[in-house]
Design a protein around this ligand. Structure first.
Ligand code: F6R
Length: 623
């Protein structure tokens, strides 16, 4: 949430910062701003709304310079407004951009007001600007680990460290001081930040994607790191203030720079990428001869997995739904008891940890604040080991877990998750098969691996049904409420379908286990409430068919996603979409895809902003 970009260069950095903001906009789009140093002057411009609004404003103002920071905001403290947009200034000499939340901003604000500082916004961030200004003004030139640096840099760093020492909460920060036209300060605590290395120029950003137009070489700051970045150098210090070396990493997805191509929206592009990225996610996990490659999880993984007796999965949102599907697999195929919980609840619960329980997090971004906090809690709670299933190499979750299982969905820009979800499911099914390998027997094992390998081509077939799904979508546009029903692993698939519809079309959607219908929700059903069912031909189909009749008898309009052989025909109140019959194990992955397309086409009919739905942002790095 929110995006930071900064640059120190010999060239004018404004276009670099604006391009960075455009690339980061999916992380927050309430307002945007930029601050650039030029000839001893700090120029700052801010605008409410999307980055395009800031760009239009800058066409009328000459904002140019060789050092600058910029921000796109997802409001936490203070409504979206120009005054609350970043960068925040102090006394026209300090500029700050911030992601995260400063939890002790209220006492700090009172303290600074008592010192005579005037606040111009409702944000928690403004305290950082004034605090840094205060410490810079009052810090004497101290000796510190910057022995080789000139004295003014020592003062800058001392003031920055004094500021960081006062902050509680989560932050990624980018800071400028007018007396230091070559220096960019940055820090990371609970919110990601990278330094990008160019040729005689350096950059900072909350996500490498922001900088792929200028570099593919990144240093990922670690928790508690802070750095002094200039055009020709980057010095990084740890929490104790000791200078440290962090590796430079080449960005893996450099060849897939996030562009929409011929697609109307990123979400549609990402839905259509699923056959390719599912194949890529499987490629490093199964050998050409069909052998499971446990080594992708990390060294020693196989021996450790033999000790697993239970699994605890913790995640949020769509990733939580992936965990719920996996519970059916882990219990049904690997014979392992499994619990699944949302991270925001788990992290504050007094958990009892059964012996030999593997703790698994699932996250597209690897930076979700609640999931990360749950992992840190779990590491102290006595779990056997921790595993992160994640799409972003180098993310906090991946770095802090004992084992890692990477999905290879590539950058996901649409706020509503699609390909990240199905690749998580594929990785989870692979992981289940790995855990259950001794239990399953060779023939079953080979069948499951073959099911996984066949899936990308089957999903191509589902994507070809898009025109039929678009036609079904027209039935929703005028509705206000929808029910999604499923049974077994297709209940969480229905939950994910309901979440997608809510997120991008703003139609209220609820998912129920179909058997629960008559215990309450049936009261809602009438001919104005579409009921979507996820109904593959599995052992629960006949039971589900009875649930459909219950709906139909109350006048409900049914939209059924079924297999070709389901024996259900279209009729009054029955609208069926027939999908290829696939094996039960992979059906939850296949049936997720038409629900994504359904939400997408409903949103198109409604004319909402598909890729940037209201109130949301990608990667929730605040609690
Ligand atoms: C919904 C969506 C969110 C995320 C959730 C967790 O489409 O994307 O529900 O799944 O915020 O994010 P990650 O997976 O990055 O931990």
């Amino acid at each position: 949430m929110c995006g930071i970009v900064g640059a120190a260069s010999l060239r004018n950095v404004t276009p670099i910062l604006l391009e960075g903001l455009n690339r980061l906009e999916y992380r927050g789009y309430d307002s945007a701003g930029i601050a650039v140093l030029r000839e001893g002057q700090l120029q700052r411009e801010r605008e409410v709304g999307k980055v395009a609004a800031l760009e239009s404003l800058l066409e009328q103002r000459a904002v140019k310079g060789q050092l600058g920071i910029a921000h796109t905001r997802w409001a936490t403290h203070g409504k979206p407004s120009t005054l609350n947009a970043h960068p925040h200034l102090s006394n026209a000499s300090v500029a700050v951009v911030h992601n995260g939340i400063i939890e002790n901003h209220e006492p700090l604000r009172r303290e600074l007001e008592a010192q005579g500082y005037r606040f111009h916004s409702d944000t928690d961030t403004e305290v950082v600007a004034h605090l840094f200004h205060y410490y810079y003004a009052t810090t004497t030139h101290q000796q510190d680990s910057l022995n080789e640096a000139a004295e003014p840099a020592q003062r800058l760093m001392a003031a920055f460290r004094a500021t960081l020492g006062r902050l509680h909460g989560a932050y990624a920060l980018g800071v400028l001081h007018i007396e230091h036209p070559d220096s960019l300060l940055c820090a990371r605590m609970g919110s990601p930040l990278v330094v990008g290395e160019g040729s005689e120029e350096h950059f900072i950003a909350s996500d490498p994607l922001a900088l792929l137009q200028v570099t593919d070489r990144f240093i990922y700051l670690e928790e508690g790191d802070h750095a002094l970045v200039s055009r020709d150098a980057c010095r990084i210090f740890d929490t104790a203030g000791a200078q440290v070396d962090r590796p430079i990493v080449r960005f893996e997805h450099g060849d897939q720079i996030a562009e929409k191509g011929d697609y109307r929206h990123f979400m549609l592009k990402e839905i259509h990428e699923q056959p390719r990225v599912l194949k890529a996610t499987l490629a490093d996990k199964v050998s050409d001869e069909g052998r499971l490659l446990a080594s992708v999880l990390g060294a020693e993984a196989e021996a450790l997995l033999d000790r697993v007796e239970q699994v605890q999965i913790v995640s949020c949102g769509t990733s939580y739904h992936a965990g719920l599907v996996a519970r059916y697999w882990l219990e049904g195929l690997a014979g392992l008891p499994c619990s699944v919980e949302v991270a925001s609840e788990f992290r504050y619960r007094h958990v009892v940890v059964p012996n030999n329980t593997l703790f698994v997090t699932i996250s597209q971004s690897g930076e979700t604040a609640d999931t990360l906090a749950a992992l840190r809690f779990a590491k102290r709670a006595g779990y056997l080991a921790t595993l992160a299933i994640c799409n972003v190499p180098g993310s906090s979750l991946v770095r802090e877990s004992d084992l890692r299982l990477m999905t290879h969905a590539g950058p996901e820009i649409g706020v509503a998750s699609t390909k990240a979800f199905t690749t998580q499911l594929l990785a989870l099914l692979w992981f289940t098969v790995l855990l259950g390998r001794k239990w399953l027997g060779e023939q079953r094992l080979a069948e499951l691996i073959a099911d996984l390998a066949a899936l990308p081509a089957q999903i191509e077939q589902v994507l070809a049904l898009e025109p039929d799904i678009a036609a079904l979508a027209t039935r929703f546009a005028s509705k206000h409420h929808t029910l999604f029903l499923g049974r077994g692993p297709h209940y969480p698939v229905a939950m994910e379908g309901a979440l997608k519809l809510k997120e991008i079309s703003y139609i209220h959607a609820e998912a129920y286990a179909a058997g629960e219908l008559k215990h309450g929700p049936l009261a809602l059903v009438d001919d104005d409430m579409p009921v979507v069912t996820v109904a593959p031909s599995d052992e629960l189909l006949e039971k589900l068919k009875s649930n459909l009749q219950e709906v139909r008898a109350r006048g409900g309009q049914l939209i059924n996603f079924i297999c070709e052989d389901a024996g259900l025909e279209d009729g009054e109140g029955f609208h069926n979409l027939k999908l290829p019959k696939v094996s039960d194990s992979v059906a939850p992955i296949l049936f997720s895809v038409p629900l994504q397309l359904l939400s997408y086409h409903v949103a198109l009919v409604k004319g909402t902003d598909v890729d940037k739905p209201r109130n949301l942002a990608k990667s929730v790095t605040v609690e």
